[in-house]
Design a protein. Structure first.
Length: 192
């Protein structure tokens, strides 16, 4: 899966390339080992990591600690950090669970950064067909508000994401505090 990211002016900024390395059934669904590579607008590698995701009893979940990559140094307690991602069978009008996380970065014993993140007001707004360079997809549109607190500074942003069964995120739009488009992403390639 290749997602093209653009800035507020529509200029390409980077791409995220995700690959399924391995998938296996488990009693409550399945789990998969994923690889994520980020490249700049000239296809130069910015970073690569692996992470785990699972579908347990009809809900997709991501192990957030594993997304930190081998170079990441998660604080104690992040080893089991998981976040509910999405129910498989979303319906228009459905309200999704909120989520929150706290992350601290240390250099030795000294805390150099702390970030609080909360996702709220998650709602399935409707269904619609979305056409991208990767094809046309039957999507559910999910909106949410993200609250960030980084080193004492607060910020809120709204996002709208279009998801399709078999493809995942097809399109995303993020808006700043004033409601202006800040960035967007679109699925440009999907190989099965």
């Amino acid at each position: 899966m290749v997602l093209q990211h653009t800035d507020a002016k529509g200029k390409a900024s980077s791409k995220t390339i995700q690959r399924v390395l391995a998938a296996r059934p488990v009693a409550s669904g399945f789990e998969a080992d994923m690889e994520m590579e980020i490249v700049d607008n000239k296809d130069k590698n910015i970073g690569k990591s692996t992470y785990k995701l699972s579908c347990e009893n009809g809900v997709f979940k991501i192990n957030m600690r594993s997304m930190m990559g081998p170079a990441g140094s998660p604080p104690p307690g992040m080893e089991q950090a998981r976040m509910e991602y999405l129910p498989v069978n979303m319906k228009p009008g459905q309200t999704l669970n909120d989520g929150k996380a706290n992350m601290k970065t240390y250099m030795g014993d000294v805390k150099i950064m702390e970030m609080d993140f909360a996702m709220r007001d998650r709602k399935v707004e409707g269904r619609e067909a979305v056409t991208t360079p990767a094809g046309t997809f039957d999507c559910v549109r999910v909106s949410s508000v993200s609250d960030f607190k980084i080193m004492g500074r607060n910020r809120a942003a709204k996002s709208v994401v279009w998801y399709a069964v078999g493809a995942g995120m097809v399109k995303q739009e993020s808006y700043d505090d004033g409601g202006k488009l800040a960035s967007s992403s679109v699925l440009v390639e999907l190989k099965r």
